[in-house]
Write a protein that binds this ligand. Structure first.
Ligand code: ADP
Length: 400
């Protein structure tokens, strides 16, 4: 007989694509109505309004229920969790991720995944095992030898395309221009683009101690997956492999002494973000969003993940805030208010609003972040102001 128990059992196989937990255990299934003729109507509560993956969830629910022979039709309605429910769901995912890390069986992964093993870096003569088990087992929290005095700033966003990498590159250059010693780790391993943004193409090289020599461009030291593979090649790493890569970017790189180390984090709020947040606990976090509400909600989730891992959010940067028209008036192409409302949610300052400017995109495409040139760019001067604010916030004025 078709009853709630069997329906829920079937639904238990469906995972939230980002949190990698069963939608049943995350309490996303709100109501189940079973008609005598085999029609099943469900209400699924998404963690966030406008969740980009709602179609996948709906498809997966349909597929899971149609496995039951009595089910003739499935009708899914989508609603949104309230704040309390959402936090509970995140807590659950967070705890499950922690358990998985403590040696319990890892969560099953869904979807097709392409795995790319990067080629070893070019070495002068000696073979350097750069990708592989680490020689030392440095604790994740202290992965950099000089890390104690280095302020680590993660740049995060809920979703791709909001300009997180652009902001990272321009902030790094702005801080360097103010005299700070700055490094960047391009941890956006799925969409690494810092090499292009900085105009760095060379494959990885190692020094005598077999440490990776960071690219040094526009006054910034930089490491990226782009040192190992071509941009655009799909890489999907999770768990241990990602952890290893991260650790190598910290401890197997010949980092000079740095005042700031910026990390271009992968977009998203799933277990990859959690992994990183937990490994780099001492990182401060800057959230990047665009002005529209949906982007802000997704960025809110990224912030939640960071807070769960006890990272401190130091501010919000709103990107693509407006376009300056030929007569000087501003046009809010993507709406307005998102950055401020996100800042209010976390009770942190809105560090700045960057306009949508052709010079910003051109600069990124040509390997010259806008802040590295002296052209008449409003965005560049706002980036410099933001960098100044960050320095003030973190009390690092003296170092710069
Ligand atoms: P993300 O890292 O969030 O995926 P990117 O930094 O790669 O986003 O930016 C996405 C695209 O938007 C890039 O082509 C970039 O050059 C462009 N872009 C980002 N910020 C701006 C801006 N303020 N003005 C114009 N173009 C921008």
């Amino acid at each position: 007989m078709l009853d709630q128990t069997r329906v829920l059992q079937a639904l238990d196989t469906v995972q939230d694509p980002e949190l990698h937990q069963s939608i049943v255990s995350l309490n996303m299934v709100r109501t189940v109505a079973i008609e005598p003729d085999g029609r099943v109507a469900l209400d699924i509560a998404l963690t966030v309004d406008g969740c980009p993956l709602h179609e996948k969830i709906t498809e997966d629910v349909n597929r899971a229920l149609k496995v039951l022979p009595e089910v003739k039709d499935v009708a899914v309605t989508l609603s949104v969790m309230n704040e309390k429910e959402r936090r509970a769901a995140f807590q659950k995912a967070f705890e499950a991720a922690q358990k998985a890390r403590q040696g319990e069986p890892a969560r099953p992964e869904s979807g097709a995944r392409i795995s790319v093993t990067p080629p070893p870096p070019q070495s002068s003569g000696k073979k350097a095992p750069i990708i592989g088990p680490l020689p030392g087992q440095a604790a994740a929290a202290g992965m950099m030898s000089d890390a104690d005095s280095t302020v680590i700033i993660g740049v995060a966003s809920g979703k791709g395309g909001v300009g997180k990498s652009t902001v990272t590159a321009n902030l790094a250059v702005a801080l360097a221009r103010m005299g700070s010693r700055v490094g960047v780790i391009d941890m956006d391993i799925y969409g690494f683009s810092q090499g292009r943004m900085f105009g760095a193409k060379e494959k990885a090289k190692v020094n005598e101690q077999e440490k990776i020599i960071p690219w040094s461009v526009h006054g910034v030291h930089l490491v990226s997956m782009g040192m190992f593979v071509e941009e655009g090649q799909a890489i999907v790493w999770r768990g241990p492999m990602l952890g290893k890569m991260m650790q190598q970017f910290f401890s197997d790189v010949a980092w000079p002494t740095l005042d700031y180390l910026l990390i271009d984090l992968p977009p998203g709020t799933g277990d990859v973000a959690l992994d990183i947040a937990q490994k780099v606990r001492k990182a401060k976090l800057v959230l990047v969003t665009t002005p529209q509400e949906v982007a802000t909600q997704v960025a809110h989730r990224a912030g939640d993940v960071a807070q769960k891992a006890h990272q401190e959010i130091i501010g919000v940067i709103e990107n693509m805030s407006y376009v300056v028209c030929p007569h000087g008036e501003r046009m809010n192409v993507f709406g307005e208010g998102g950055g401020q409302s996100l800042a209010n949610l976390f009770d942190v300052p809105l560090l700045g609003q960057i306009p949508l400017e052709a010079t910003v995109r051109e600069g990124s495409d040509k390997g010259r972040p806008t802040t590295s040139t002296d052209q008449n760019s409003q965005a560049a001067s706002i980036f410099l102001t933001i960098a100044q604010r960050i320095k003030q916030t973190l009390g690092k004025e003296a170092a710069g």
